[in-house]
Ligand binder design. Structure first.
Ligand code: UD1
Length: 420
């Protein structure tokens, strides 16, 4: 298995171009199932998760082609299968997003339950309850959700009990082809959902409330083709902002969208980095001054994202003072703690909170992690650490970071992939 070798201690200086957002591109690709006309998506990042999604869509009948610049042409003239198999869903949870569109277009769908994952149990009850409220009959059989809506889906008023990005996306993409009006209350407000709404509207959907927690969808008989550009990845932006701050460097995050990263930049700035929003992107630098301890709590958007929790913890591990980092979204998202500990970090977890007492220096070590963001937090720690860090199980990074080593090396990092 490949690993990444980092010789740390070098400040990163230069420009990093931010890629299209993985978590926007995945639901956008799924939404192309809603029409028999071609949809063109540009700025799609080149990632393992995108390859997995392509394989899934091809299984449903999508003809998918792409160019080197990340422009994808997705066309599903007919849905050739309404089953999403366990083999693919277990690899990538976002696969469950096909449930809503398949059910809306074909009145039936059989989608594997994703099961738990490294960061928690991650149920899909809100997806199921919402579709049931729209008239679907859903049974769980042999590990699969078997859903049928013989009369088609009907508009409904749905109040989601927990703020869920995936459930909001699944229900939105079902409601656009439902008969009548659907109101989604307590909807997630993540920018990736606004991006999905933009594509759906371009395809002919009628949706009110973009950016709010109450979405009203007036169903249509059919949607048509459209073109859409995927928004910049706010988690990648935040990750490289931490790379600048943790190494005491100066990086221009070209093409980043300041509006979507306010909650991410706020603690990085309070920790002592200087952040400037420029016409070409966001400049993050920390010259000389040390890192201050800052408390952070994860929240649904517009709060601080859980997908940045591990990275901010890496930064706090070399702060002056202490930081309390509280995770409120996933119950088991501290697997990076013992690994950061192997690098000399002083972190104690009590329930959903981690108390990080800053140490003057981290020291390189062999480490590994069991999910994407935990893995990248170890890369960040390695960039700041003295000596050599080897991050194993690199396939997690390949799921969600486009050309990670190349982007870091271009800013002066000593990073290489070791193929085994
Ligand atoms: C998405 C993101 C993921 C991010 C997460 C939270 C994608 C592809 N993935 O995941 O990177 O970490 O949002 O911002 O966009 N829940 C339920 N029942 C449900 C659904 C969710 O209880 O039916 C709970 C989850 O267990 C979790 C919380 O709701 O505690 C939020 O999860 P959710 O927003 O659904 O995450 P995902 O959409 O899976």
């Amino acid at each position: 298995m490949d690993s990444i070798l980092i010789r740390g201690g070098k400040p990163l200086n230069g420009t990093i171009t931010i890629s299209g957002a993985k978590n926007a591109a995945l639901p956008l690709m799924v939404a192309t199932l809603l029409t028999d006309e071609p949809v063109i998506l540009s700025n799609v990042p080149d990632l393992m998760d995108i390859a997995t999604m392509t394989a899934l869509l091809r299984g449903h009948g999508t003809v998918a082609t792409h160019q080197a610049d990340g422009t994808w042409h997705l066309h599903t003239p007919d849905i050739t299968s309404t089953t999403a198999h366990y083999d693919i869903v277990r690899k990538m949870r976002a696969s469950v997003l096909v449930l809503g569109p398949l059910l809306a277009r074909e009145r039936q769908a059989t989608v594997s339950l994703p099961g738990g994952c490294a960061i928690g149990t991650r149920p899909v009850n809100i997806h199921i309850e919402g579709l049931a409220a729209m008239g679907a009959q859903i049974e769980i059989e042999g590990g699969y959700m078997k859903a049928v809506a013989p009369q088609g889906l009907k508009g409904a008023k749905i109040n989601m009990s927990t703020v869920s990005v995936g459930a909001t996306e699944n229900l939105l993409t079902a409601a656009v082809l439902a008969d009548g009006t659907t109101v989604l209350e307590n909807a997630a407000r993540e920018p990736e959902i606004a991006d999905l709404i933009d594509l759906l509207v371009a395809m002919g959907a009628e949706i009110e409330g973009r950016g709010t927690d109450r979405l009203t969808v007036h169903g249509k008989d059919r949607l048509h083709g459209a073109s859409h550009r995927v928004l910049p990845d706010r988690i990648e932006t935040g990750t490289f902002a931490v790379a600048a701050a943790i190494t005491g460097g100066d990086i221009l995050l070209a093409g980043a969208d300041p509006e979507t990263v306010e909650a991410i930049m706020e603690p990085i700035s309070r920790a002592g980095a200087t952040i400037d929003n420029l016409p070409e992107g966001i400049r993050v630098r920390r010259n000389g001054a040390g890192i201050l301890g800052v408390d952070v709590m994860t929240q649904p958007y517009p709060g601080f994202p859980t997908d940045m929790q591990a990275q901010i913890m890496a930064l706090m591990s070399i702060s002056h003072g202490a930081a309390m980092i509280t995770e409120t979204i996933f119950e088991n998202r501290f697997m990076h703690v013992p690994e950061l500990g192997r690098m000399g970090a002083n972190i104690n977890v009590h329930g959903g909170s981690a108390l990080v007492r800053g140490v003057p220096k981290l020291k390189g070590a062999p480490v590994m992690a069991t999910d994407l963001r935990a893995s990248v937090s170890l890369v960040l720690a390695g960039l700041a650490a003295e000596g050599e860090t080897r991050v194993n199980r690199v396939y997690h990074l390949d799921r969600g970071y486009e050309r990670l080593e190349a982007k870091l090396v271009a800013c002066g990092a000593d990073v290489e992939r070791v193929r085994e």
